[in-house]
Design a protein around this ligand. Sequence first.
Ligand SMILES: Cc1cc2nc3c(=O)[nH]c(=O)nc-3n(C[C@H](O)[C@H](O)[C@H](O)COP(=O)(O)OP(=O)(O)OC[C@H]3O[C@@H](n4cnc5c(N)ncnc54)[C@H](O)[C@@H]3O)c2cc1C
Length: 190
Amino acid sequence: MRPFSVVHSLIFDPKTRRITGVRVIDGQTKQPVELHAKVVFLCASTLESAHILMNSATPEFSTGLANSSGQLGRNLMDHMMGSGASGIIPGHEDRVQIGNRPNGIYVPRFRNVKDKHPGFVRGYGFQGGGSRDDWGRGSETAGFGADFKHMLRQPGSWRFTFASFAECLSHPDNRMELDKNKVDAWGIPS
Ligand SMILES: Cc1cc2nc3c(=O)[nH]c(=O)nc-3n(C[C@H](O)[C@H](O)[C@H](O)COP(=O)(O)OP(=O)(O)OC[C@H]3O[C@@H](n4cnc5c(N)ncnc54)[C@H](O)[C@@H]3O)c2cc1C
């Protein structure tokens, strides 16, 4: 384990045609360090793994390692989040759920099934359910101190939430690229 190690790029050995290590920038001294290993796992998440492969370009692989297809950094997909509605249902404050929360509901995809909409493909469903607000409501409630903490330990209002779950389709133009003129805090092209 080596803390404060920001990976700059992979080291490619043209003789063996293998990755032999990583170039690292020390996060505190900002000095470059090379670390060698028999096996290198690249698992810096979606964007950073692509970023590191792009920065690992060699004269032979000028657009980045593992990019013979030209697909490196393309087809980025995200998932829909926060689209839906949620509302407080007043009343029944004397009731609490026993055991697990009330059962959830699911509305399966009902649009764009047979009659295809010209504006979009595929579809979406909705998931939801009822529950009593818990301590998590503290993130959007003003207050602090012992009384505030005590209040958050008590059940909040009943709430019903309905959220859409939709697909983001892969598209080659949904992509990330390196800006050769910009570097990050460690001097790494980003
Ligand atoms: C708010 C939120 C909620 C989520 N909820 C769910 C869920 O309910 N269910 C589910 O299945 N998934 C969920 N996910 C997705 C899930 O967390 C991720 O898909 C998963 O953690 C990705 O794992 P990973 O190992 O690929 O990347 P990460 O967990 O992101 O790990 C990458 C690591 O690499 C390090 N790193 C990056 N660049 C460098 C570098 N240059 N040098 C050194 N280190 C580097 C990072 O610091 C990080 O520690 C959620 C994600 C978010 C953000």
